[in-house]
Design a protein around this ligand. Structure first.
Ligand code: ADP
Length: 491
């Protein structure tokens, strides 16, 4: 089978969060199964060019219809750790991808509407006719719309689309001007409720809704979050649309690429280790302390790695920090905030705790350091308000950092409470779970984890090893995506 992924991220060359990991890991898994995969991405000025090999011109004169005229683009091809990627570089005064960041511009809807159109145009003129186009999140929600409404009539009638939603909160809301830019000229047609019209704002179109309505299959990234999105609040207004398209909607848990995230082969950590030979874990803990100038003491290290925003439960992250310090533990945080108020808040905390030998806050995005923290930490906290899948708890498991998570979304599909889980045997349990969003709830779970570390170290080690041995590779999710691809191809 021939699959093209269209996305706004692919790790490690373009990574703002889990989406990048998933696009890379899934593509690799599908290729390992003997299928051809290509990835189409924007060419951002700030991407990690040092992770691209053999970059060369792939298509020099791509003219992408836009705003009644056309924008001239170049397409480059290169390999990102073995995956073949095509990078689209527009040459226009809009400077769509030369902003020094991936997301957060006022015209993001225009930037990614243009990217979706450019990706379709590139496939059309370069003769690429994949069996399946797999697109991700709001940024590429318009791809299936463009395919069905325009490109199908130009020789792309056999392509099928799988659309994966990694985060319902960001949906791509825009006015009618985007339709005009894209050449989708019949405004009243697209503004019908069963097409692109936003479910709550009658004067706006919704990219993600378009993705749901027009794709052949839609999924989010865990079975539990699929339920939450359809029946709870976490569909952020798209629950009714999902209900209407129920028959083509499901949840497939993300996997972890164990060639990248594996303490046995990780190039970014000084000592390798496995569940059987755990000595390296203690050495990495020492190395982490040396790197972050933490005191070498007989204490557990609790960590948090992730974006600092409301979704991730920042108030509980903040509380976990002081609670852990109060329980004679060390705390390491690696996170970046896009919201200025949260950034200022944590910058103040960093200054305040600067001389504390048990605590380190690293504000910013640092892929290399994240590996060392996973390898050095004993416990990882993930107190999210909502979490479609969550990768950090799965990576933590593989690195022997026992997860303490809130029981939502994918977290509940992957972490099973040491004391209270009713559905898994004691041998399958791997962490600690709490449910409410208050501080007492977090304390109940984090407190149990720290107490186990201090008072029953053998049991803690056993729990750590059980986590390291659980399988969250791409093996099973890869099989499920292949079934989806097969199914829609023959529909
Ligand atoms: P998200 O909602 O951000 O996609 P996930 O848990 O699905 O959250 O994925 C987060 C990914 O991003 C993980 O690979 C994690 O290690 C990485 N990550 C998050 N924040 C940082 C950071 N500040 N520095 C380095 N890596 C980070």
């Amino acid at each position: 089978m021939y699959i093209i992924q269209i996305a706004s991220e692919c790790a490690p060359v373009i990574k703002a969060g889990g989406l990048g990991d998933v696009v890379y890991g899934l593509s690799r898994e599908i290729e390992t199964r003997g299928h051809a995969v290509e990835i189409i991405l924007p060419m951002y000025d700030c991407m990690r060019y040092d992770h691209v090999w053999g970059m060369h011109d792939a298509y020099k004169d791509l003219w992408v219809p836009w705003q009644g005229g056309a924008i001239h683009c170049s397409v480059f091809c290169g390999w990102v750790h073995g995956r073949q990627c095509f990078f689209i570089q527009p040459h226009s005064g809009d400077n769509f991808f030369n902003r020094g960041y991936y997301y957060g511009a006022l015209d993001d809807h225009m930037r990614f509407a243009f990217f979706s159109k450019a990706a379709m145009e590139f496939m059309l003129v370069s003769g690429k006719r994949p069996d399946v186009i797999h697109c991700h999140d709001w940024q590429t929600g318009l791809v299936p719309v463009l395919l069905a409404e325009i490109y199908r009539w130009h020789g792309m009638g056999n392509q099928r689309v799988c659309y994966t939603i990694h985060n319902f909160k960001h949906q791509g809301i825009a006015g009618a001007d985007v339709l005009w830019c894209l050449g989708l000229n019949n405004e009243s047609y697209y503004f019908q409720y069963d097409r692109l019209r936003d479910n709550f704002n009658p004067f706006a179109i919704n990219f993600m809704k378009g993705g749901i309505v027009y794709s052949n299959y839609v999924n989010t990234v865990s079975p539990h979050h699929a339920w939450e999105a359809r029946y709870g609040d976490f569909g952020y207004g798209l629950g009714h649309t999902l209900e209407i398209h129920n028959s083509k909607f499901g949840g497939i848990l993300n996997g972890i690429d164990y060639d990248v995230w594996n303490p046995q082969v990780d190039r970014y950590i000084p000592y390798s280790y496995t569940p059987i030979h755990l000595e390296g874990k203690a050495e990495n803990k020492k190395a982490l302390r040396e790197r972050l100038l933490l005191k070498d003491d007989n204490k557990p290290i609790v960590c948090y790695i992730g974006r600092l925003d409301d979704q991730k439960g920042v108030h509980l992250v903040h509380h976990a920090m002081y609670y852990a310090l109060g329980k004679h533990s060390q705390f390491v945080l690696l996170g970046s905030a896009t919201e200025p108020s949260i950034n200022t808040w944590f910058s103040h905390e960093k200054q305040f705790l600067n001389n504390n030998p048990d605590c380190h806050l690293e504000l910013g995005f640092n892929e290399e350091l994240s590996h060392l923290i996973y390898a050095g930490a004993d416990i990882i906290v993930v107190p999210s308000n909502y979490e479609p899948c969550g990768l950090t708890q799965m990576i933590g498991l593989k690195y022997g950092a026992v997860p303490v998570v809130r029981g939502v979304g994918g977290l509940i599909n992957t972490v099973f409470d040491y004391d209270y889980d009713q559905y898994h045997s004691p041998e399958e349990r791997n962490g600690f779970v709490f449910f409410q969003t208050d501080q007492a709830a977090l304390e109940s779970a984090l407190g149990r984890a720290i107490d186990l570390w201090y008072h029953q170290p053998d049991q803690f080690e056993q729990l750590r090893v059980q986590g390291m041995e659980s399988d969250y590779s791409w093996n099973l999710p890869g099989e499920q995506y292949m079934k989806v691809y097969d199914f829609i191809r023959h529909k």
